[in-house]
Write a protein that binds this ligand. Structure first.
Ligand code: DQA
Length: 148
């Protein structure tokens, strides 16, 4: 299995910003944690972060056209709540995408309760910190290995 983990806007500051919400681990540390988890039963995991909406769309296109990925985890950050461009990019590609949030977005401000991405994603994980990425990978693996 080959997976791509995409983190969007402001996620580069994870570990530094709003530590009470997102914890103290940096994105690099979280990625290392994901990589260690992936060492069993996964051929390759790649990581990408951008604060720029169009670059996230480009990465999704590229993953589909040239990447050979089996699945994608996407934490789009605040773009989750209003980016129709990212929504359309997910809908355009034939790879299962799981929407990931470290915080429980439904226990937070009203604007975070809406996701314009969920309807075109395979599933959503929210509220487990770095564990949300692991749960997303478990879900992807279930979907990809189901034989029925
Ligand atoms: C987030 C939740 C979003 O509402 C927020 O804008 C983020 C991070 C999360 O991981 O919990 O930047 O996606």
């Amino acid at each position: 299995m080959k997976f791509l983990i995409i983190n969007g806007v402001n996620l580069n500051l994870t570990g530094k910003r709003e530590q009470n919400v997102y914890g103290t681990n940096t994105l690099e540390e979280i990625n290392a944690y994901i990589k260690a988890y992936c060492e069993v039963g996964c051929d390759q995991v790649d990581f990408y972060q951008s604060n720029i909406e169009g670059e996230i769309c480009n990465k999704l296109h590229e993953a589909y056209l040239n990447g050979g990925y089996d699945g994608i985890l996407l934490n789009a950050g605040a773009y989750t709540h209003y980016s129709y461009a990212i929504r359309d990019a997910i809908a355009a590609i034939d790879i299962p995408v799981v929407e990931v949030h470290m915080s429980n977005v439904h226990a937070r401000e009203e604007f975070r309760h809406t996701s314009v991405l969920s309807a075109v994603c395979k599933g959503t994980v929210s509220g487990f910190g770095a564990g949300s990425y692991i749960a997303g990978l478990v879900g992807l693996n279930e979907v990809l290995t189901k034989t029925e």
